[in-house]
Ligand binder design. Structure first.
Ligand code: TRP
Length: 468
């Protein structure tokens, strides 16, 4: 039996966990979701979900991971073998998110280089060149593979040597870059309209769809609902204060999302552009903004896409780690072998996913292409169900005294809000998330896809004893 790895320091853990949380979800997805859902009202609902539901679920995931010292599958299994499927669902979710995440990570990487090689020369052509780039057969594949190789190198080095070191260097770099860009953005003439869009709520804009999108975004952005934070918590030392760490990570994640909004929207309004630009927002609008700033814009654009790549990388390593730690803990595989196996499969799904936006766009499965298949199933079904399962597991399967013991480090530290947290996790969160999950699942336009997603969960529940 190999000795279990641990984080080297408190700062190292926080940077790694914040590194997992802060990713494409904050800088790529959050701004376009806010832009499409009316801005400030969406943001307010999002903040409420993050600090009531997200923070509680993150605390629960940390507690489960550290209590059991096992990654997602083993953690559930060791408490109650019938719950193994909840962990396996997490491993499947990690594979599915990694089915599209490295594609976008590759775009970010490509745009670092494109920022210097002429992308910004013609502001009017940036939208077309983005479309041409993501649909071309070879170029995005190469960038995606380079991005995956970076993941493989980091995860192969293990917890304190790879993931922790990367987070400690890359996360502060990211904060500094975003602050710099945000300051530039809010000092542009006409930036005020962007700040008003972000911070003056207009509730007439709120629909059921807004609420749904806000919850999905909260889970995705905080890396919740699939055992990622269980896994990271499992490497955490026994004298760390779990609720404090959860609060710090949640606050950092939210701070970066807001910072990304402050970096993008004031400049966007200052230049008279459209907030509801969709997934192309970051890749089209941001370079367009920078193109109008001359030489300084080129530097900012390079920095911005370095930041986006960094954020994506520290998140995707956490997704890969969920699968790798399953193979290490449950299948007794050696780390390097686990990483190479996982990396190989993810390369194949990533290639299919990238091609589905271009030459394979005619090839659909249950009504959608490969990229959308992975995105919709995780966003609309797996993460919400996973989050609900974790809350039910902690509230109804685990022992209350054990949880109190874990969250107060055996009674040596205070957690004054324990009962509030416990009742939220036991009663409020399962019901609230179930409500939103059902609405989200019903909203999937492709019935076949919806049934497939639900069938995966049922099949896992039936066969999980074998898989665990
Ligand atoms: N939170 C990351 C982001 O915002 C993505 C991510 C990493 C994730 N690990 C996760 C999402 C686990 C859901 C579950 O980009």
């Amino acid at each position: 039996m190999q000795a279990r790895e641990n984080w080297g320091s408190r700062m190292g853990f926080i940077m790694a966990a914040a590194g997992s949380a802060v990713g494409l979800g904050n800088i790529w997805r959050f701004p376009y979701m806010a832009g499409e859902n009316g801005g400030s009202a969406f943001i307010l609902i999002y903040l409420a979900f993050v600090f009531v539901i997200g923070l509680s679920v993150m605390t629960a995931e940390f507690a489960v991971g550290r209590k059991t010292s096992l990654a997602a599958v083993g953690a559930f299994k060791s408490v109650n073998p019938s719950w193994t499927f909840a962990g396996v669902l997490g491993v499947v979710s990690a594979f599915f998110i990694m089915g599209f995440y490295p594609v976008v990570g590759g775009w970010a990487l490509a745009y670092v280089l494109k920022s210097v090689t002429g992308l910004l020369a013609d502001a009017g052509a940036i939208g077309d060149s983005f479309g041409a780039f993501i649909t071309s057969p070879a170029e995005p594949l190469i960038w995606m593979i380079i991005f995956l190789l970076m993941n493989i190198v980091i995860v192969a080095k293990g917890i304190s040597g790879g993931i922790e070191k990367a987070g400690k260097v890359l996360m502060p770099t990211l904060f500094a870059l975003l602050i710099l860009i945000a300051v530039r953005s809010i000092t542009l003439p006409g930036a005020g309209a962007g700040l008003a869009f972000l911070f003056t709520p207009d509730f007439s804009q709120v629909t059921g769809q807004t609420v749904l999108a806000a919850l999905g975004q909260a889970f995705f952005s905080l890396s919740l609902g699939m055992g990622c934070m269980i896994t990271y918590g499992s490497y955490l030392s026994k004298d760390e204060k779990l609720p404090n760490n959860a609060l710090i990570v949640t606050t950092l994640d939210t701070g970066v999302a807001l910072l990304a909004g402050i970096a993008i929207f004031p400049a966007l309004f200052a230049f008279g552009m459209e907030p509801a630009a969709g997934p192309g927002l970051v890749f089209v609008v941001v370079p367009t903004i920078f193109a109008q700033m001359g030489g300084f814009g080129t530097i900012l654009s390079v920095l911005f896409f370095v930041a986006l790549t960094v954020a994506a990388l520290t998140s995707s390593v956490s997704l890969m780690e969920v699968v790798v730690s399953y193979l290490i803990d449950q299948r007794q595989m050696e780390r390097k072998k686990a990483v190479y196996t996982t990396g190989a499969i993810m390369t194949v799904t990533g290639i299919l996913s990238s091609l589905s936006l271009g030459i394979m766009s005619g090839v659909t499965f249950l009504g959608v292409g490969v990229f959308d298949f992975f995105d919709i199933l995780t966003d609309k079904i797996f993460l919400a169900i996973g989050g609900m399962l974790i809350a039910i597991f902690v509230g109804w399967v685990m022992n209350k005294e054990d949880l109190q013991d874990e969250l107060t480090n055996g009674g040596t530290i205070e957690f004054g809000l324990f009962n509030v947290w416990y009742n939220l996790v036991k009663y409020v969160i399962p019901v609230a998330v179930a409500f939103v999950a059902v609405a989200g699942i019903i909203s999937i336009a492709q019935t076949g896809l919806m049934i497939f997603g639900l069938a995966v969960i049922v099949l896992l529940a039936v066969f999980s004893k074998k898989l665990g």
